[in-house]
Design a protein around this ligand. Structure first.
Ligand SMILES: NC(=O)c1ccc[n+]([C@@H]2O[C@H](COP(=O)([O-])OP(=O)(O)OC[C@H]3O[C@@H](n4cnc5c(N)ncnc54)[C@H](O)[C@@H]3O)[C@@H](O)[C@H]2O)c1
Length: 346
């Protein structure tokens, strides 16, 4: 039985408190909750059965006073470095919500803190552990499909600044890339099995959107195995919707094209007598994938099992692509992701 603390009990921290962590109550006892906002803190603590004296308005005080094995970090990325330093200073393992940080420099600093302390550190990259994605990866293994040529990927939703969720994030420059598109950039690494070579792209807004800033992002990415990827993120899509958990992937391979759309059906299309769907796969939904799967894997690691895929050393590669994409949209230049990783001496 491990002792856990939760830092951050806001919009998504509340979901951790009500759904994810209670599912593991036979493996983790939550012994402290910290949030600067009293209402969020109390709601989460009540859901977890954490008494008043173990609720903190300061994570520094909680992490200094409470004896715990694991720190679950669900505060915004810009606030994270201090919390990682405090938890690592007490030797706690850390399971951290994505993204690692709000900048490339902070990402490397957090990696350095975790490495120096010798703690277990992993990032919640839940979109890899969806049944629709696991099934898609199995289809891509079919020998007749052979090599991937290109991938078209798309996230598109009809949002306004009020319905987008976490509206404040949309006022922070680039946050929609490093908090949002980051999920899909990690998925592209997952589907291709390799890192990115370079990225170029553009972000923009529209006079008819309510966001004020950029709502739309278009990227062109070359992966290190030569696969070319186009990526679209559109928050003002008034047509076909590919929202969270329903993203569109069209994977063109040597032996045919595999399409996963919002209906979750994987269609394998081949140019037989005019482009026919030759097979369809309907993934079996799993109510306990995503966060449940990754928390379980993290606890297995704590128990002495193998390290999960989402350790810092892997996820920093997604961060390199993410912050290279940010830079590419600022400069209009192609950004060398490999060089960024190499310069960080990882
Ligand atoms: N993996 C996913 O699918 C997924 C989904 C949603 C959010 N997230 C991630 O979860 C994290 C939190 O997002 P959210 O939507 O809950 O944000 P939020 O703003 O709703 O909640 C953040 C909470 O952190 C608290 N907080 C901020 N600074 C703090 C500090 N210094 N000390 C203590 N508490 C502090 C705030 O009071 C707030 O309650 C982000 O990294 C986000 O990207 C992940």
């Amino acid at each position: 039985m491990y002792r856990g603390v939760l830092v951050g009990a806001g919009g998504f921290g509340g979901v951790w408190a009500r759904q994810f962590l209670p599912h593991f109550r036979d493996r983790v006892d939550i012994v402290g909750v910290a949030d600067i906002e009293a209402g969020a803190r109390d709601r989460a603590a009540l859901a977890l059965g954490v008494p008043e004296e173990q609720r903190y308005d300061s994570y520094e005080r909680m992490l200094a006073e409470v004896e715990a094995d694991i720190c679950f970090l669900v505060i915004p990325p810009a606030a994270r470095t201090g919390a990682v330093r405090a938890a690592a200073g007490r030797g706690m393992a850390i399971l951290c919500e994505k993204p690692i940080a709000a900048s490339w420099e902070q990402t490397l600093e957090i990696g350095e803190i975790a490495r120096a302390a010798g703690i277990k550190f992993a990032i919640m990259q839940n979109y890899r552990e969806q049944s629709r994605i696991r099934a898609l990866k199995r289809v891509l293994q079919r020998p007749e499909l052979r090599k991937i040529n290109l991938i078209e990927s798309r996230f598109a939703v009809n949002y306004t600044i009020d319905t987008a969720g976490g509206a404040f994030r949309h006022q922070i420059p680039d946050a929609f890339i490093y908090e949002g598109a980051e999920h899909h950039l990690d998925q592209i690494r997952n589907l291709t099995g390799v890192d990115a070579d370079w990225v170029q792209g553009h972000q923009w807004g529209q006079s008819w959107s309510t966001f004020g800033g950029s709502t739309t992002l278009a990227l062109l990415i070359r992966m290190s195995n030569g696969v070319m990827v186009t990526y679209e993120m559109n928050h003002v899509e008034r047509g076909p919707q590919n929202g969270w958990h329903s993203e569109y992937y069209r994977i063109n391979t040597e032996g045919g094209t595999v399409v996963l759309d919002a209906d979750d059906v994987i269609r394998i299309v081949q140019d037989t007598t005019g482009g026919e769907v030759v097979d369809e796969v309907t993934p079996v939904p799993d109510a306990h994938d995503e966060h449940y799967a990754l928390i379980g894997q993290f606890l297995d690691w704590m128990d002495g099992g193998a390290a999960p895929f989402n350790v810092f050393e892997d996820n920093v590669r997604t961060m390199a692509l993410t912050f290279a994409a940010v830079e590419a949209t600022h400069t209009g230049e192609r950004v060398d992701v490999g060089a960024l990783l190499a310069s960080s001496r990882l």
